[in-house]
Design a binder for this molecule. Sequence first.
Ligand code: FBP
Ligand code: MG
Ligand code: MG
Length: 280
Amino acid sequence: MQDIIKAIEEASIKIKELIETGDTGKSEQENSTGDTQLKLDIASDVIIEDIFKTIPSIKAIVSEEQEEIVSLNEDGEYLIAYDPLDGSSLVDVNLSVGSIYGIYKGGFDAKSIIASVYVVFGPRVEMVVAIDDVKMYRLKKGKFEFIQNIVLEEKGKLNAPGSTQNCWAPYHKELIDDIFNDGYRLRYSGGMVPDLHQILLKGGGLFSYPGTTDRPKGKLRQLFEVFPFAYTYEKANGQAVDGFKRALEVETTHIHDTTPCFFGSNTEINRVLEVYKKNG
Ligand SMILES: O=P(O)(O)OC[C@H]1O[C@](O)(COP(=O)(O)O)[C@@H](O)[C@@H]1O
Ligand SMILES: [Mg+2]
Ligand SMILES: [Mg+2]
């Protein structure tokens, strides 16, 4: 596993350079979910794949930016699903973006996830590794240095409500309004990585990306986005659910499947479960 973390560190240093100097324009291609790929999405995907190809412990990889699973080493132990540049459309307005990695063993599904890593590219570059606990590192002079463990409080103060509001179910709108009425503050940049990182570091709160009338299965992708963060939130003493059950119990039928998702500290997630149970 250490070789994989080292590979992610190496890729992140290159992606940081790419973000700082690369072309933020669109490519001519679409990915499997139908998003127009930016040149930066494709270039960061190539950086990661090239580095992972050199690691013998990796059996196969799958990227948000590629159609199929890529087999690397027959005898490898680990499977990695990754989103090379999450929130890439925020690069041109100079907001924070990130990379997300889910490390799986045995299959590309929720029950097989055994570790998760994400990297935030903001004013500083930070890497958060969840294995047994959640550890944060910061890039300083070309090296990732341990900074702190991350543990959520029971209840937070931030609310990050995602997706198109005029497509929300009435009970979802009521839940979000009630949370604001209880004094929570809006914190939503449109980048899953910095938005979830902020909630983790500020002690807690709620990030939601529900199923909506236009996208009943939500937008965020199970293998590359939802399961890795679900793993991190659970290891940080928080929770991640699809409205009704743990996100890590959601079935995957296709590598690019999406799911509604909610991440947060215990108080807020219990509140989501109560409202969805009554209405869903
Ligand atoms: O603009 P919306 O609908 O709230 O969606 C925002 C979400 O979409 C994403 O940008 C999707 O990720 P990609 O940029 O990798 O496609 C998340 O980072 C973010 O949480
Ligand atoms: Mg993404
Ligand atoms: Mg992406």
